[in-house]
Write a protein of this length. Structure first.
Length: 97
């Protein structure tokens, strides 16, 4: 699955949670916080997933600290899949554009 979120519409952490929940079709119980994000991406979403954050510089400018924390979680999920030796075609992947 390839999912894209539009950074020109993401100006806060709340905006991000709404966008990613819609893009990846998170279940209704998603907690919309960074701990819940890590949990759901690590264990609950079906792979493969490629998440593309387009226009990411808009989000980064609007919410620099939150942006960095979110990106760190997304990168950690990528690393986790690699450490678990998931085949390349079955991993979570993340790209900033």
């Amino acid at each position: 699955m390839i999912a894209e979120i539009d950074g020109s519409r993401i100006r806060s952490e709340v905006d991000f949670h709404v966008a990613i929940a819609q893009a990846l079709r998170f279940p209704s119980y998603y907690g919309s916080n960074l701990d819940a994000l890590r949990d759901i991406l690590s264990a609950d979403i079906e792979r493969p997933v490629q998440l593309v954050w387009s226009n990411s510089t808009f989000s980064q400018s609007a919410m620099p600290l939150d942006f960095d924390r979110i990106v760190e979680i997304l990168r950690n999920v990528e690393r986790q899949d690699a450490e678990w030796n998931l085949p390349e075609e079955e991993r979570f992947k993340f790209e900033l554009r």
